[in-house]
Design a protein around this ligand. Structure first.
Ligand SMILES: C[S@@+](CC[C@H](N)C(=O)[O-])C[C@H]1O[C@@H](n2cnc3c(N)ncnc32)[C@H](O)[C@@H]1O
Length: 245
């Protein structure tokens, strides 16, 4: 059956858990608005990296409303199995509906990245779209999340991250506009459209202060990945990292 859910676990005492219980109705729309629609293209690029080595088993973590899972499922081989995992039931409900509508066979599982509900070495390829910041920005569980990702990824498998980033260190003018945009536009407009102050204050604060591309690469290498490459997107507003186990 296209787009189904299985219950897994939910262990994180995650500070921002509530954030995702209240955003879903216009979550996708706000994302597209803030990035001028570029997030759609960025997820597609990430999906291409995710399927580049013809994986047969793929896990999209923090899959949310499923946009990256759908992109991956469209590009993956016919016999590849695509799974999405997230701890927010409302987000997964939206994902299931989208997969059904698109006629794509994706399994969505409720589960916590602190304790991913799969055996070691289960996946050829894994990906995450705009969720790695949640897992690693000022988050005391960060090391646990990354060690879980490494555990369920097969040796030689790749983990693809598409995430907001920082303009290159020497791009001073872009850096100024980026900070202004994130600080005033993202938090202000997000609050007005969603009515959720806390969520969009968190989004703006974490986006303004998150790792640059080199810092994220170094974190991944320090955490145990063998090789990490990255590409900046739109002057560094976002980046795609490919990390190999
Ligand atoms: C910013 S959304 C990204 C959703 C989607 N990947 C996308 O591309 O739009 C972050 C997602 O991460 C999920 N999340 C955050 N922490 C999590 C955790 N510890 N375990 C499982 N899901 C988590 C949230 O529920 C939310 O759906």
């Amino acid at each position: 059956m296209a787009g189904n859910t299985i219950s897994g676990n939910n262990k994180s005492e995650f500070l921002h858990d509530d954030v995702y219980e209240s955003i879903p109705p216009n979550y996708d729309l706000i994302n597209h608005l803030f990035t001028g629609g570029m997030d759609i293209r960025w997820r597609k690029k990430a999906a291409r990296e995710t399927v580049a080595l013809s994986p047969k088993s793929i896990l999209d973590i923090c899959c949310g409303t499923g946009d990256l899972s759908l992109s991956v499922a469209k590009l993956a081989a016919k016999d590849a199995k695509v799974t999405g995992v997230d701890f927010s039931r409302p987000m997964l409900d939206v994902a299931v509906r989208k997969a059904q509508k698109a006629g794509l066979d994706i399994t969505f599982v409720t589960g916590d990245i602190a304790d991913i509900p799969f055996a070691a070495d289960s996946f050829d390829s894994m990906c995450i779209g705009f969720g790695f910041r949640n897992l690693t920005y000022k988050n005391e569980m960060s090391a646990q999340y990354i060690s879980e990702i490494l555990r369920v990824l097969k040796p030689g498998g790749r983990f693809v991250i598409v995430e907001s980033s920082q303009p290159a260190p020497d791009a001073k003018i872009i850096k100024f506009f980026h900070r202004f945009y994130v600080k005033y536009i993202v938090s202000g407009l997000g609050r007005i459209i969603s009515g959720n102050n806390a969520a969009y204050n968190y989004l703006a604060e974490s986006a303004a202060n998150y790792y640059g591309a080199e810092e994220l690469r170094d974190l991944l290498l320090k955490s145990g990945f063998e090789k990490v490459t990255f590409k900046r997107l739109f002057f560094g507003a976002a980046a795609i990292h490919v990390a190999e186990k």
